[in-house]
Design a protein around this ligand. Structure first.
Ligand SMILES: Cc1ncc(COP(=O)(O)O)c(C=O)c1O
Length: 392
């Protein structure tokens, strides 16, 4: 790595997170690890750590992503959550990749294909998100029958997706009701894998009795969203609002707090590549910042093309939190009252700057933060003290 800007990915943390989740929520048979977009940008090699923790099915967005996983593991089943173009169905079969079936039209086209091997499919149900999936019972019934009657197709699973995290939320209950209504004519018990929940619905709701699978995304990467009602006015208002909702809509049981002990596995680092003196009233960067007191400008090789902007506020260098005063596509400029050696390590987030604080400053959630750290940033995957640099 010549440009010393990298995301350190701690494999053991991912493994321990998954173990902790399964240990505290042991009632599922299938734990899907959602590893779309390069495992939420942790690098696809992370699948090995997740599998080590107990993930026994993976889920990705596209066939390309599934094939990228296959470079690391050939055994684990992979569900492609978006339907794939029909011309690639044989690639899916040959690589043990399970397809999502989301419409009758797609079923008719697959049936017309002359499949000579077994294709595994999961039926997607649109229970309210209005994104993908069957929303008409009659079409689902017809599709199910046609698929069951075909010797080359195995209906291995059925699933839906929650639009909300489900905290005192009538929409959560509505989606469960819709799912049961749409699937009421097909024998759910005969379908080996039924999965609906995602990270936050896992912790916020008791297990849905008809599900034996759960899809874990952001929670594996360290976010359990345990909520304690604080003493601030904001949190008191939130509590009152929840009570009103609960009463008005008779929402199903919601669990706010959990005792999951999870850690974030990604840390982002760079280094100082230049340090120069500046004086009061100097203007730095693209004329964006006027120096208030004599000091130094430190240049870092990380910029908005890497996903880091001035809005991050500050960086951590050698015990000090220093202000980001200007950003460019590839570099950040930092103000320091003292001289700093070229080559000093800089933490953008990690031990001293928690990801949750960065999210708060930016006003975004952890999904967006992870996905914003671009693929240009080398991922250094660390496992058993061994480091592997992964470039994309
Ligand atoms: C269909 C589906 N299932 C599961 C997940 C994982 O969600 P989460 O990260 O909230 O657990 C996603 C994420 O986008 C998804 O699209």
């Amino acid at each position: 790595m010549q440009r010393k800007t990298y995301a350190a990915i701690k494999g053991e943390i991912l493994t321990e997170n998954v173990k902790e989740i399964i240990n505290k929520y042991p009632d599922y048979k299938y734990y899907f690890g959602v590893v779309k977009n390069n495992a939420y940008h942790h690098g696809i090699k992370s699948v090995l750590d997740l599998i080590k923790g107990g993930i026994n099915y993976l889920a990705v967005s596209s066939l390309e992503e599934a094939l990228a996983v296959r470079k690391y593991t050939i055994d684990i089943p992979i569900l492609c959550l978006e339907p794939i173009s029909l011309e690639y169905v044989m690639d899916a079969i040959n690589n043990n990749i399970t397809l999502t079936i989301e419409s009758l039209d797609y079923v008719n086209k697959i049936i017309e294909m002359d499949l000579y091997d077994k294709l595994k499919v999961h039926l997607a149900i649109d229970s309210g998100m209005k994104r993908l999936g069957f929303y008409k019972k009659e079409e689902l019934n017809e599709a199910y029958k046609k698929l069951k009657d075909n010797d080359h197709i195995e209906v291995e699973g059925i699933f839906s997706h929650f639009a909300t995290s489900g905290v005192m939320d009538p929409y959560f209950d509505k989606q469960v009701k819709n799912f049961l209504e749409i699937t009421s004519d097909i024998p759910l018990k005969d379908i080996p894998i039924v999965h609906f929940g995602r990270s936050l619905t896992l912790v916020n709701h008791p297990k849905l009795s008809f599900c034996n699978g759960i899809r874990l995304g952001i929670i594996m990467y360290g976010f359990s969203q345990s909520r304690k009602d604080g003493k601030s006015i904001k949190s008191k208002i939130r509590k009152i609002k929840r009570k009103i909702l609960q009463k008005k809509y008779k929402c199903s049981q919601t669990i706010l707090e959990n005792d999951l002990n999870l850690k974030t596995a990604m840390e982002l680092y760079t280094e100082v590549i230049s340090c120069r003196p500046v004086y009061k009233d100097d203007v730095v960067g693209y004329n964006t910042y006027k120096i208030k007191e004599d000091g130094y400008i430190l240049t870092l090789p990380i910029g908005y093309a890497d996903g880091v902007t001035k809005k991050f506020g500050f960086v951590y260098i050698d015990g000090n939190y220093l202000k980001i005063v200007s950003d460019c596509m590839d570099m950040l400029l930092i103000y320091s009252p003292k001289k700093v050696e070229v080559g000093k390590k800089v933490e953008i987030f990690g031990k001293h700057v928690p990801i949750s604080s960065v999210c708060k400053i930016l006003g975004i959630n952890s999904y967006h933060l992870f996905n914003q750290i671009s693929n240009r940033v080398v991922r250094v995957h660390i496992h058993d003290n061994e480091k592997e640099e992964i470039t994309y």
